[in-house]
Design a protein around this ligand. Sequence first.
Ligand code: KG4
Length: 367
Amino acid sequence: MDTIILAIESSCDDTSAAVIKNGLLMSNVIASQKVHEEFGGVVPELASRAHQQNIMPVVDAALKHAGVDKKDLSAIAFTRGPGLLGSLLVGTSFAKGLALSLHIPLVEVNHLQGHIMAHFVEPSPEYIATNPKLQGIDIKHPQLPFLCLLVSGGNSQIVKVEAYNRMQIIGQTIDDAAGEAFDKCAKVMGLPYPGGPWIDKLAKQGNPTAFPFAKPNIAGYDYSFSGLKTSFLYTLRDLMKEHQVDTVDALAEQIPNLREDLCASLQTTIIDILLKKVKKAAKDLGITRIAVAGGVSANSGLRDAMMQLSQPSSCIVHRQPSTYEVFIPPFSFTTDNAAMIAQAGYYKFLDHDFCPIDAAPYAQTTI
Ligand code: KG4
């Protein structure tokens, strides 16, 4: 008998549903919410309302694209947390209602573990046929154990992954997340929300050494991005004072390539901060497999820098291995999506790791 799981993700501002059949991804539908753009960040109340509007058509489309009837489903997997409570409630309630009506088990998934499980998504030939961006891509799955740099809008962590259900956070941000630093600095420059992709785009035409921003000095494997954010803000403030202007637009008229250089410098600083700690953790723990996950892993500079880690080092004398095996998920599985929830849910289903019908969503948690 086939094992077919419908997964639902609604932790923030993307409503997504996916179907996985016998471990192969059949569909992954994502409805992003444009309503937040004008506010420069996600408005929780608007997010939950948009989830309510989107969830039925998104689930319907996921089943349709997979060629699956709901009566053939073996279980419903859903993101239980962490995330925005109002958003999570929509997906959780929908999953419970559907599971109850179909008399099938519920599987809860931790959103952060889901991001890491994006590395194990195995698209079916049918799915690849309808997703040209996946065609010709060699998807490599990391062998256990490995380190995962988990970087999103709400989290920046280094996770030691020993099994899909055995993960340990060995370092994390003590204040802002890397994605938050991208988004908040973008907002200061007057760029739309979410700012990460805009910074990525502009950074390509900028000078990464134009502005020397502050880097944190935090012990162990933890991160901090609030000092960088302040340093970015003060740099702009001082430039505006020096040029006697009140807006970034006016400043950009006086300084050629201003936004591009700011973006390139900020992006390089964030990547340096992220990778320095990952390399330290890999060296200390003797783990040479490094993966990256979460929305910020869509960043082209970070992806390039990760790939460079896997190149042979020019240094000949070293005791530790100089190169790493690097794993970067396909773009479509980096930002919030239900395919990763389906993958995590599939493993839990095989373990009969079901959740009770009264399981409430949670806003915060560790892995
Ligand atoms: O994982 P995700 O979709 O949602 C959370 O769970 O937070 O991550 C969203 C974050 C946002 O901060 C967004 O700006 C960032 O990922 N992001 C990027 C890029 N694409 C998305 N940051 C830098 N460069 C990108 N290309």
